[in-house]
Design a binder for this molecule. Structure first.
Ligand code: FPP
Length: 259
C-alpha cells in the first residue's frame, strides 16, 4: 500500500536516540503486521493500579499503533484483543473489556474515516454481549466503503476453535457432495477460517516478553517472522513499531526453501 511521504517524515520527526525512520527500508515494509497486545495487567499492577487501568491505557497504544500502521502504508494491522480463554478472567475485568471494545470503536470512528481504515473482526462474535456486537456491526457498516488499511480485531478468538470449525464446515461440504475430499488443498481449507481473504501476517509482534503463541493464528503464522519485546503494551509506541520492522527487515525469509 502507498504512504504519504511528507506525513510519514513529519510523524516520525521526534526520533529517540536508538531508532529513526531512516533505519528502515520503506520499500520492504511488511504488508500485514499482527500484534499480541500483552502486559496490560502487569503494567497496571506495577503502578499499584487495578488491572483494568492497564486495559484503558492500552487503548491509547492501540490508537497509536493504528495511526503508525497507516503512516507506514501497511495493508493490514491485526490485534489479539480477547481470546476464547479470556472469559476466565474476573467478571469485572471481562465486563470492562467488553465495554471498552464498544466504546473505543465508536469513539475512534472519526479516526477510521480520516485515515480511510476499514474494520474487520475475527472470532466467535455470537457469544459477545449484544451491545458490543451491535457496535461492531456499526463499525463494519460505517467503514465498509473505506479503501485503505484493514484493521482486524480478534475478539473471542481461539485458533483451535477456528480450525475445528473450519474442519467441520469442510466435512459437511464433503458429506453433502459439494466438495470432493481428494481435491481439497490448503487454500481451499483457508476459505473456512475466520481470516479468509486476509493475507497471512508477515510479522507477529508480542509485547511483555512472553514467548508463546497463546492459541493465536496457528495456521496463519506458519511462516511469519516473530518479534518479542519486553515492553508492556501500554508503553508500546510508534518507535517500537519501527524497532520491530527494523528487526524484521534484517531477517531472511525462506519459506522453507533456500536462498
Ligand atoms: C493482554 O494483557 C491484553 C488483553 C487481554 C486485552 C487487550 C485489550 C486492550 C489493549 C484494550 C483495548 C482494545 C480494543 C480492541 C479497544 P493482560 O491483561 O493479559 O496483561 P498481563 O499478562 O500483564 O496480565
Amino acid at each position: 500500500m502507498q504512504f504519504d511521504t511528507d506525513k510519514l517524515v513529519q510523524y516520525f520527526s521526534d526520533a529517540p536516540e536508538d531508532i529513526s525512520l531512516s533505519d528502515i527500508n520503506l520499500e520492504t515494509i511488511p504488508s500485514h503486521v499482527s500484534i499480541i497486545m500483552d502486559g496490560n495487567g502487569r503494567w497496571a499492577t506495577a503502578r499499584g493500579l487495578d488491572r483494568t487501568e492497564g486495559h484503558k491505557a492500552g487503548v491509547l497504544s492501540l490508537r497509536e499503533a493504528v495511526t503508525t500502521s497507516v503512516r507506514l502504508g501497511l495493508d493490514v494491522l491485526s490485534v489479539y484483543s480477547f481470546s476464547t480463554e479470556n472469559w476466565k478472567r474476573p467478571q469485572h475485568e471481562v465486563d470492562l473489556l467488553m465495554r471498552l471494545f464498544a466504546e473505543t470503536l465508536l469513539k475512534e470512528l472519526p479516526l477510521f474515516y480520516q485515515e480511510n481504515v476499514k474494520l474487520r473482526f475475527f472470532g466467535d462474535l455470537e457469544a459477545l454481549p449484544e451491545k458490543t456486537r451491535k457496535t461492531f456491526q456499526r463499525g463494519l457498516d460505517e467503514t465498509a466503503q473505506n479503501t485503505g488499511m484493514t484493521f482486524a480485531l480478534a475478539v473471542n478468538y481461539g485458533s483451535r476453535a477456528e480450525l475445528t470449525r473450519a474442519a467441520v464446515f469442510l466435512a459437511n461440504q464433503i458429506a453433502e457432495g459439494k466438495v470432493s475430499a481428494d481435491s481439497v488443498t490448503p487454500s481451499d481449507f483457508e476459505k473456512y477460517l475466520y481470516t479468509a481473504g486476509l493475507p497471512d501476517p508477515d510479522l507477529l509482534i508480542r509485547t511483555s516478553g512472553e514467548l508463546r503463541l497463546s492459541n493465536y493464528l496457528l495456521w496463519q503464522l506458519a511462516y511469519s517472522e516473530l518479534y518479542v519485546t519486553q515492553t508492556y503494551w501500554p508503553d508500546f509506541s510508534k518507535w517500537d513499531v519501527l524497532r520491530a520492522i527494523k528487526d524484521y527487515q534484517g531477517r531472511e525469509r525462506r519459506f522453507g526453501g533456500v536462498k
